[in-house]
Design a protein around this ligand. Sequence first.
Ligand code: PLP
Length: 396
Amino acid sequence: MLSNRVKQIGLSATLKMSAEAKAMKADGIDVVDLSAGEPDFPTPENIREFAKKAIDDNFTKYTAAPGIPQLRKAVADRIREDYGLDYAVEEIIVSNGGKHSLYNLMLAVVDKGDEVIIPAPYWVSYPEMVTLACGKSVILPTEEERGFRITADSLRAAITPRTKALIFNNPSNPTGAVYSRKEMEAIAEVVLEKDLVVIADEVYDKLVYEGMEFTTFASLGEEIKQRTIVVNAVSKTYSMPGWRIGYAAGPSEIIGGMTRIQSHSTSNPCSISQMAALEALRGPQDELADMRARFENRRDFVLERLATLPDVTCPKPMGAFYVFPNVSAYYGKENGVGVIEDSLGMAFYLLKEAKVALIPGSAFGSQDCIRISYATSMDQLEEGMARILDAITRLK
Ligand code: PLP
């Protein structure tokens, strides 16, 4: 009964692993969950209050499909304030999470057989979204030694006459890689030369460490801005993943196409969540620096613990809240429960033996690595890292 389209895709591996960890916890097992892709901080109080008021004001009807005008304007204002770029309200759409914006976007730009270049390691949903849009994913591997970043040359080599778009996720989930402006300028030249559309997933733009400057792809010149659609969300930045509000900024023709798709699928994002997002984007931004500092501390702690493990390598992640160590030196070893052959085997071993949930690198197109999320409390991280180190060193 299932369509061929659906037969080609699987359930998100990250959601599957989180569900498994939650189920073990529900059974009373003391699992340390380092699989989550969401901040552990509560949504700030001013945002929650604004949403409560929206309910009391009965702001509970359908809204305009691309979001309420004041929220679209608030998105444009935030981009102007943060990056000095101008977008008209017609160049902004608000969707049900960044994921939904990306999905609308894929349907709006990809035709059957179009190739979409996806640098690997990649966020789990990109290839599946391209498949659902009947496009063809072209996976562009990156090297650990180069910090998991593509180059202008590697991009050029992956382009064919059928290439339509490049997905550029900066900072990256799962590697935490962040590109310098200079690297991006070289990539942008290839984009212009080869007439590509850029899908710039920047949901971690506010989580960049050690004072490194974040560059939004659309800021690389007017011509680039005209072919770039930036996707962002309030999910990670304001600790609001469950509110399901994301947005995209780009040429009005594409935003209009995404609006048509959205109008026939989900209608509009939740009215109450839109009000909450309005407060998030327009209200005080001072909690962000504090959240970033706490994430940076946690990152340093995880890296320091990993450095004590012989033969585990890991480029320093400069953004997002993940560490992506290469644990392949331990493949072929065992500890009672059979030989660990790959990243899934390692994740499974750590879940069953150490009671730590994390995501196998294979979900992101990288068999050598595992993804550790540090979006959890320092107590949990200390316990989780101690268990991981103990379990891995017991492998023989
Ligand atoms: N893009 C990347 C790289 C992500 O890691 C995520 C969430 O994990 C998203 C997009 C989707 O964000 P949202 O929760 O707003 O749909």
